[in-house]
Design a protein around this ligand. Structure first.
Ligand code: GLP
Length: 244
């Protein structure tokens, strides 16, 4: 694992965008696994800035997102579909037919999860997976549990995640209670993983995920077993990691 320490959120975003840019420049037809949440917004903004300068071309890129709320239509403001369009897709020259997310309006979970796993397979897997880290150590919407879930699955969101995400909704009652998410196996099969984390409220999660035991109680801890992980985190998020 490589750790890049950033001064603050802006510096973290710039460093992460540099890594994604390198991927797109080296392999213009790559498959990017994308994430939502507040952590990657600055990274997307930086990519858009460099795209506007003429430094990046996304025309051959395919994207596949980690997760989506179940029961939210694409048109809903808080859907991850809408998030991706708002922060990235509508600002760059990506072919929208090559941007994929789970379909939150498919109520048949088994059908939707099988479709998404097959889709990822058919794309030949993910070249670079961008991840945030939940306060409880979750990645995607893989919540703490007794076992690592392998493929795409439907999760019941934990009270902690509903509480963390309620800031994006009118109230906690409006946060969907379920979501579709790639599983741990999907994430671990990505060739490269880039994790962006910012802020003191993530310091425990960073310490536990990257320096604690590998356990499904901290889903992000599985990343310690991946052979190409880059963590880009700001000083506040790194404040509780063991000193060398
Ligand atoms: C959300 C998303 C995750 C994200 C995490 C952290 O619930 N499903 O993909 O990484 O929680 O979000 P944030 O970056 O807003 O702290």
């Amino acid at each position: 694992m490589k750790i890049y320490a950033a001064e603050d959120y802006k510096d973290m975003s710039r460093k992460a965008a540099n890594i994604i840019s390198a991927q797109v420049i080296m392999n213009p037809g790559c498959v990017l696994g994308l994430a939502t949440g507040s952590s990657p917004i600055g990274t997307y903004e930086q990519l858009v800035e460099w795209y506007n300068k003429g430094d990046l071309d996304f025309s051959e890129v395919t994207t596949v997102n980690l997760d989506e709320y179940k029961g939210l239509a694409r048109t809903e403001e808080q859907s991850y579909y809408n998030f991706m369009h708002e922060y990235l897709f509508s600002h760059i020259n990506i072919n929208l037919e090559k941007t994929y997310l789970p379909n939150g309006m498919e109520m048949d979970s088994a059908k939707e999860c099988a479709r998404y796993d097959e889709l990822i397979q058919s794309l030949g897997g993910v070249d670079l997976q961008l991840l945030g880290l939940g306060r409880n150590g979750h990645i995607g919407f893989n919540e703490p549990g007794d076992a690592f879930e392998k493929g795409t699955h439907c999760v019941d969101l934990t009270p902690s995640t509903i509480d963390a995400n309620k800031r994006f909704f009118a109230s906690a009652d409006d946060v969907p209670k379920q979501a579709y998410t790639m599983g741990i196996k999907n994430i671990m099969q990505a060739k490269k993983v880039l994790v962006v984390v910012s802020g003191a409220d993530k310091a425990d999660a960073v310490r536990d995920a990257f320096f604690g035991p590998v356990t499904p109680k901290v889903p992000g801890s599985i990343l310690q077993l991946h052979n190409d992980v880059i963590l880009v985190a700001d000083e506040a998020a790194l404040s509780k990691i063991p000193k060398e």
